[in-house]
Design a binder for this molecule. Structure first.
Ligand code: ADP
Ligand code: MG
Length: 242
């Protein structure tokens, strides 16, 4: 049999999206391989969250999105989640009046009950510090722990690709490291991650590849092992070309 390069897990081609008449993204091409961590960087307002929303079907979009060999360009958000692509939205809020465990169960609505129970346990097991508080109200968790809970909610369906939109926003440096360490652990367990992050150095340390987005377009794509990445990123951010 001929040996061919594996298909990327996610392949986005010519994706455009916006809000009503406001065009934000213009012809985005992006790929993510199975088990890869890819950082998506860019200044505020560049369109990072819009890109994640367009990929996960939360916004109307044009262009093509293929995931795990399946065309999901016109799939519903629900269909996309069920295909194994889960998006933890920016500033995701947990249900503070529900217990930690019930929050995880809620994220798995529609799943078969025995599978849900098992996978909820597995999702929580990634975060011993909140697993120990499973019966407590989520509102009693610290901000960092609530962020971990949001990631655990994303894990309950065992996604093949998890898109995390600024999971470390508002956290202390120690908790940032804890949340990003969980991302590394997930990758080691075979989950691919698209990580939107403001903390550029930390994101580059963790990720295998990086895309920079500015004014709705991809302005740089690189392996994080490439030299000169910092200065190239800086130029990409400030719009003076690569
Ligand atoms: N709900 C919305 N309605 C209209 N414009 C929006 C909305 N959300 C974001 N935008 C605009 O889209 C652009 C990209 O925003 P966003 O994707 O949130 O950027 P980023 O996540 O990179 O900071 C910005 O100009 C922002 O003002
Ligand atoms: Mg954003």
């Amino acid at each position: 049999m001929p040996i061919s390069a594996p298909e990327p897990l996610l392949q986005v081609k010519g994706l455009s999206a916006g809000y009503g008449k406001i065009a934000v993204l213009d012809g985005i091409d992006l790929t993510i391989g199975a088990g890869e961590i890819v950082a998506l960087l860019g200044p505020n307002g560049a369109g990072k969250s819009t890109l994640l929303k367009a990929v996960s079907g939360l916004l109307p979009r044009s262009g093509s999105v293929t995931f795990a060999g399946k065309n999901i360009s016109t799939a519903s958000p629900r269909g996309i989640v069920e295909a194994g692509l889960v998006h933890v939205v920016e500033g995701h809020r947990v249900f503070t009046q529900l217990t930690v465990f019930d929050n995880v169960l809620l994220a798995g609505y529609g799943m078969k009950s025995d599978v849900l129970q098992r996978q909820a346990e597995e999702a929580l097991a990634f975060f011993p510090e909140i697993a120990a508080k499973r019966a407590d109200k989520a509102g009693s968790l610290s901000g960092g722990q609530q962020q971990m809970l949001a990631v655990a909610q994303g894990l309950v369906r065992k996604p093949r690709l998890l898109m995390l939109d600024e999971p470390s926003a508002g956290l202390s440096p120690v908790l940032v490291d804890r949340v990003l360490a969980a991302a590394a652990q997930l990758r080691d367990a075979g989950t691919a991650i698209l990580l939107v992050e403001q903390l550029i150095d930390k994101a580059l340390k963790l990720a295998d590849r990086v895309y920079a987005l500015a004014r709705g377009s991809i302005v740089l794509e690189a392996k994080t092992s490439e030299p000169d990445l910092h200065s190239r990123l800086e130029r990409a951010y400030f719009g003076t070309g690569q």
